[in-house]
Write a protein that binds this ligand. Structure first.
Ligand code: FES
Length: 567
C-alpha cells in the first residue's frame, strides 16, 4: 500500500488517506499487510473474446488468496477486433499506455495481465515491460469450434473461406447466414492459429505465462485451473521481485520467434514482438529472423497453415509438446515466470504421446518457418510473406501491377467488370500502412476481383503496406516498409508496371528504374495524413513503421544496441 503514494506533500498523510479509503471498501489491516496483486480486468460487453473474464478473475483471486496475497482488480481498456474503428491496431498503443500508467500509478507488488483478443496481450506486455513490475500473463483461451452441415468450422479462417464461396456465388444467402451462427461457438479467442492463438503461444515461449497455459479452451476446467495457478504464481513473483525485464531477455525473444515460425503463426506477431522488444531497448532484426526461418520448420498442423484447431492443439499436449519438439533450437537457459528456466520446465513437462497435431523436427508440415522476409526496391525496409499459407505456384512470380490507390479505391473498383485485370496480374493496394489508414488495418489479404473469381482464379499475388489477419491465407505480401503514406516506393507504383516476387531469393522488386521512380516522386508530392486534435493527432505525429512495431516513438526505451534474435 506504500507504493506510488498520491502527492499531497506529506507521505504519511497520503498513506493514512489511502488506507482510510480502502477500509471504506471493508478491508482489514491484516489484509492490507499482504502482497498486493493487481489484476488487469479487460472484460467488456464489446469483447466476446474476453467473455469468460468473470470466471477467470474469480479463479485468479482464489489463487492469490490461497498463496497469501491480496487480489485487487482494476479495469483497463479492452479492444476487440470487430468492435474497434478504424482498426484494433490503432487502439493497441492507447491500451498499452493505459496498462502501463495504471500499473505504475496504483500500488501493486505484481500484476496479473488478463488478455486474449489479438491486440490486448501485446498491449498489456508493452505496458508492463515499460512499467517494469513483476508481471504474469493469463490468456482468456480459445473459443470452441462449431459445426456447419457436418463440417467443423471456427473463426476465422472458415469465416474467410465461406465468405469467398459466397462472393463467388457458390453458396447462397441462407447458407452464409447459417454459417454465421456457427463460426463462433462460445466465448474465447479465435479457434485457429490466428493472432490471438499465436500470441498465447508466444507468451508461453517468452516465459511470461505459466507452462501449458496457452492452449486450454476458454470454457474448459483446465483454463480455470490455469487461472488459479497464475494467481498463486503472481504472489511468488511479487515476493521474489521477479521483474518482467528478467524474463523478457534476448534469449526469450529468440525462443518466441522460433515458436512463431514453427507455429506457422500470425504475421502480426512480428509487429507485436518488435514493439515489446522496443520497450526494453532491443531491436528486432528482420534479417536474423529470416535466417531463423530457414532453419525452423512449421511443426504445428493448425489452420490457416494446416488442418486443425486450438482445441486439437490442446489435446495434443499444447505448448509443452511443441517446445519439446523444438528443444534443439531453443535457448533453454531463459528464465521463466516460474523462477525456473525453460529447460527445467521442459524436463518437468508431461510425457510425450502419439498424436498428429505437433510434428517432430524431421517430419514437418512445411520445411521452412511460416514467415519469410523480403527485400528489394519496393520494400527497402523489408516486407513479409506467410509462405506456409501461400500458393506454392505463385511464390516465384512476375506480373503486371494492377494498382488500387487506397481502401476506398479498392472498394469502388475491385468487383467492377471494367477493371483491367487478368489472371497472373499482381494486385497492389497502397495507403493501408501504419500512418496511412491509420492503424495498418488487416486489409492486406484483400478480395480477389470478382472478374478473376469467375474465371476460377482462387489466389493472386497481393502486395500492400498493411497487415492481414492471422486467420487469413493466400499469396499476400505485407508490411511493405516504408509505407506509401510516408513516401515509400510503394506510393509510386503505377498500373502496368512489372513486379517480381521471388520467395526463394527473398526478393520483391519493382521493375522500374530508380530515375523513373525519382521522377514520379517529384511529380507526386507527399501529403501525409494529419489530424487536428486528440489521439489521432498523437498517432500521426509519433507512430513508427512496421519494422519498429508500429509503436509510438516516445514509448520505446533508449536503444541498448541489442538485437533480437541474436543468432
Ligand atoms: Fe478476438 Fe479473433 S476476434 S481473437
Amino acid at each position: 500500500m506504500r507504493r506510488g503514494l498520491t502527492s499531497y506533500g506529506d507521505a504519511e498523510f497520503s498513506l493514512f488517506l489511502r488506507k482510510a479509503f480502502i477500509k471504506g471498501a471493508g478491508y482489514s489491516d491484516a489484509a492490507l499487510e499482504r502482497p498486493v496483486i493487481g489484476i488487469a480486468d479487460t472484460g467488456s460487453g464489446f469483447n466476446p473474446c474476453h467473455g469468460n473474464m468473470p470466471q477467470l478473475i474469480e479463479a485468479v483471486q482464489r489463487g492469490i488468496l490461497l498463496a497469501g496475497g491480496l487480489p485487487v482488480r482494476f479495469p483497463t481498456i479492452s479492444v476487440h477486433e470487430s468492435f474497434a474503428h478504424p482498426t484494433s491496431m490503432y487502439l493497441r498503443n492507447l491500451m498499452a499506455i493505459d496498462s502501463e500508467e495504471m500499473i505504475r500509478a496504483q500500488p501493486m507488488d505484481a500484476v496479473v495481465l488478463i488478455g486474449g483478443c489479438d491486440k490486448t496481450v501485446p498491449a498489456q506486455l508493452m505496458g508492463a515491460a515499460s512499467a517494469g513490475v513483476p508481471a504474469i500473463q493469463l490468456v482468456t483461451g480459445s473459443m470452441l469450434t462449431g459445426s456447419h452441415r457436418g463440417q467443423t468450422v471456427g473463426a476465422c479462417t472458415d469465416c474467410r473461406r465461406y465468405w469467398g464461396q459466397y462472393r463467388a456465388g457458390q453458396i447462397d444467402a441462407t447458407e452464409i447466414a447459417d454459417v454465421n451462427n456457427q463460426l463462433v461457438a462460445s466465448v474465447g479467442t479465435c479457434s485457429v492459429m490466428g493472432t490471438a492463438s499465436t500470441m498465447a503461444c508466444i507468451v508461453e515461449a517468452l516465459g511470461v505465462a505459466l507452462p501449458g497455459s496457452a492452449s486450454p479452451p476458454a470454457v474448459s476446467a483446465d483454463r480455470v485451473r490455469v487461472a488459479e495457478a497464475t494467481g498463486a504464481q503472481a504472489v511468488a513473483i511479487a515476493k521474489q521481485r521477479l521483474t518482467i525485464d528478467r524474463i523478457l531477455t534476448p534469449a526469450a525473444f529468440e525462443n518466441a520467434l522460433r515458436v512463431l515460425l514453427a507455429l506457422g503463426g500470425s504475421t502480426n506477431a512480428i509487429v507485436h514482438l518488435a514493439a515489446i522488444a522496443g520497450r526494453l531497448g532491443f531491436e528486432l532484426e528482420l534479417r536474423a529472423l529470416d535466417r531463423l526461418g530457414r532453419e525452423t520448420p512449421v511443426l504445428v498442423n493448425l489452420k490457416p497453415s494446416g488442418e486443425h484447431y486450438m482445441e486439437d492443439f490442446h489435446a495434443a499436449g499444447g505448448m509443452p509438446a511443441l517446445l519439446r519438439a523444438l528443444k534443439p533450437l531453443l535457448q533453454l537457459d531463459a528464465l521463466t515466470v516460474t523462477g525456473r528456466t525453460l529447460g527445467q520446465e521442459l524436463d518437468a513437462a508431461p510425457p510425450a504421446f502419439a498424436q498428429d497435431v505437433v510434428r517432430p523436427l524431421d517430419a514437418p508440415i512445411y520445411r521452412e518457418g511460416g514467415i519469410a522476409v523480403l527485400w528489394g526496391n519496393l520494400a527497402p525496409g523489408g516486407a513479409i510473406i506467410k509462405q506456409s499459407a501461400a500458393d506454392p505456384a505463385l511464390m516465384e512470380h512476375e506480373g503486371r501491377a494492377v494498382v488500387f490507390e487506397n481502401a476506398a479505391d479498392l472498394a469502388a473498383r475491385v468487383d467492377s467488370d471494367e477493371l483491367d485485370v487478368s489472371p497472373g496480374d499482381v494486385l497492389v493496394l497502397k495507403h493501408i500502412g501504419p500512418r496511412g489508414a491509420p492503424g495498418m488495418p488487416e486489409a492486406g489479404a484483400f478480395p480477389i476481383p470478382r472478374k478473376l473469381l469467375r474465371q476460377g482464379v482462387k489466389d493472386a499475388v497481393r502486395i500492400s503496406d498493411g497487415r492481414m489477419s492471422g486467420t487469413a491465407f493466400g499469396t499476400v505480401v505485407l508490411h511493405v516498409t516504408p509505407e506509401a503514406a510516408v513516401g515509400g516506393p510503394l506510393a509510386y507504383v503505377q498500373h502496368g508496371d512489372r513486379i517480381r516476387l521471388s520467395v526463394s531469393r527473398r526478393e520483391l522488386q519493382l521493375l522500374v528504374s530508380d530515375d523513373e521512380l525519382a521522377r514520379r516522386a517529384q511529380a507526386q508530392p507527399l501529403q501525409p495524413p494529419k489530424a487536428e486534435r486528440g489521439y489521432r493527432k498523437l498517432w500521426h505525429a509519433h507512430v513508427l513503421q512496421a519494422d519498429q512495431g508500429v509503436d509510438f516513438d516516445f514509448l520505446r526505451a533508449a536503444p541498448s544496441g541489442v538485437k533480437v534474435p541474436r543468432s
